[in-house]
Design a protein around this ligand. Structure first.
Ligand code: NAD
Length: 260
């Protein structure tokens, strides 16, 4: 469904972003990868996407905390492939701390990467999408765009901001055949989560399944993780013609978390 189209996916060197890149490439899109990572690891992922799916894939190390580099990322995609048809704002960071100890620099970084980066990237892609009369803008929000948890003030504020930005942009572009939506995952199974399990088992004297269901998934009624591939699959559906009337939506994929 994305043959001949180009997708820029921020924060796509691992986790959900990488799963989106692979799913979109499988659907025929040329890909602009972005994110941190050792050059050799990034190159391995980049060349694997090209060879497995037969699409062109380039990489940009643009820092999503820097507006100029965000503009350059979009310009690179447009210059290389003539157009940026799909934008996935996915880069994100987390910091956990009580509000009175929350370092202002951490707050600024979270707002910059998790919220302002989406604003800068959307601003940059919209003129080209309008010219071509088609576009898909998707942002990885979070269950924390809908509900809060203590000690995550920066993250929760940024993700709630994404929900508002998404609705506003959707209304502005409603007549332009460009949709703008966000996806709100609960806990997603990533290597980062997997790595926490052995230490937590030791520290709390719990079995692996107890750590998963009682500690990690305390908020998630299904007691199962979302997978990065499930999130990517929902993002890909939002790129389809069947999803043309889904805009301004905040789609939960959270094992029931925000139903509770
Ligand atoms: P991840 O750490 O695997 O991926 C984050 C990506 O963002 C990486 O590619 C990283 O290099 C990139 N990144 C970080 N800072 C960057 C910067 N300054 N510039 C460019 N790239 C940068 O984590 P993930 O779980 O795949 O997270 C992806 C998105 O999903 C984030 O926005 C996160 O908030 C959101 N999310 C994750 C979960 C979860 O449980 N894992 C749940 C809900 C929402």
């Amino acid at each position: 469904i994305l043959k001949g189209k180009t997708a820029v996916i921020t924060g796509s060197t691992s986790g959900i972003g990488l799963a989106c890149a692979r799913a979109f490439a499988e659907a025929g899109a040329n890909i602009v990868l972005n994110g941190m990572g050792a050059p050799a690891d990034v190159e391995k992922e980049r060349s694997a996407i090209e060879s497995e799916f037969g699409v062109k894939t380039i990489y940009s190390p643009a820092d999503m905390a820097k507006p100029i580099e965000i503009a350059e990322l979009i310009a690179l995609g447009a210059a290389t492939f003539d157009s940026v048809d799909v934008l996935v704002n996915n880069a994100g960071i987390q910091h956990v701390s009580p509000i009175e100890e929350f370092q202002p620099e951490k707050w600024d970084a979270i707002i910059a990467i998790n919220l302002s980066a989406a604003f800068h990237a959307i601003r940059a892609v919209v003129p080209g999408m309008k010219k071509r009369g088609w576009g898909r803008i998707i942002t990885t929000a979070s269950a924390h765009s809908l509900v809060a948890s203590p000690f995550k003030s920066g993250y929760v504020a940024a993700k709630h901001g994404i929900a508002g930005l998404t609705k506003t942009v959707a209304l502005e572009l409603a007549r332009s055949k460009i949709t703008c939506n966000c996806i709100s995952p609960g806990y997603v199974w990533t290597p980062l989560v997997e790595k926490q399990i052995p230490n937590t088992m030791k520290a709390r004297n719990l079995r692996r399944d107890e750590v998963i269901s009682d500690i990690l998934l305390a908020a998630q009624p299904t007691k199962e993780f979302v997978t990065a591939e499930q999130v990517a699959s929902l993002a890909l559906f939002l790129c389809s013609d069947d999803a043309a009337q889904i805009t301004g939506a905040n789609l939960a994929i959270d094992g029931g978390w925000t139903a509770a």
